[in-house]
Design a protein around this ligand. Structure first.
Ligand SMILES: [Fe+2]
Length: 197
């Protein structure tokens, strides 16, 4: 289940419906897909794509995507940090960044064009997020450094990071550490119940 954080306001939102409506205001789609009884994170790419074929097909039709694959990142991937360093600096893409998380987790920081309010969305198994083309963002893994996700593309070349040159990412926590880490540090996570208009 996703966690949305607005660091400048010390706000944390964990309710899926509230997260969905918050993100929609920024043009970002967030959905929860049912995972119970379906191919797990250790299944093959083919099994995963087959298991989620109805949702994937619907998204393809809605968004004009033509290909789907499953990315698999684990701590023992060669040159993992080098790979992560491509995406943990603020960038845009000419293509939507569409991800459905099958295993592990990651964190997207979003820097909206219309205001300076940076927020992050931590995604976990069952979370679908679509960061539209042109939206400033950066991404990092969580502490377990593992993510398996379905990706949808119109054209893979369009997913090349276009860096903004803004060093803003260094002002934010570089990783998501999860509730257990935060609790161990004595950091309180509050349940936000309202969203400012
Ligand atoms: Fe990206």
């Amino acid at each position: 289940m996703a966690i949305l954080r607005i660091p400048s306001e010390s706000r944390v939102i964990e309710d899926a419906d509230l997260i969905r409506s918050f993100l929609l205001k920024h043009g970002i789609t967030y959905e929860r897909w049912a995972v119970a009884g379906r191919a797990g994170g250790d299944a093959t790419q083919e099994e995963i794509l087959a298991a989620y074929a109805p949702e994937v097909a619907a998204l393809m039709q809605q968004g004009g995507y033509i290909t789907a694959d499953v990315v698999n990142v684990t701590p023992d991937v060669p040159n993992l940090q080098e790979m992560l360093d491509k995406f943990n600096q603020e960038h845009r893409h000419a293509e939507d960044e569409v991800r459905f998380i099958v295993k592990g987790s990651g964190i997207f920081y979003i820097h909206p064009e219309d205001d300076a309010l940076v927020f992050s969305i931590e995604v976990h198994e069952g979370d679908l997020i679509n960061v539209p083309a042109g939206v400033r963002h950066w991404f990092d893994l969580c502490a377990e450094r593992t993510i398996r996700a379905i990706r949808l593309f119109k054209e893979k070349a369009g997913w090349t990071p276009l860096y903004t040159g803004d060093g803003i990412a260094s002002s934010y926590q570089p990783l998501c550490f999860g509730p257990n880490y935060l609790a161990a540090k004595g950091i309180h996570i509050e349940q936000a119940v309202t969203i400012a208009a």
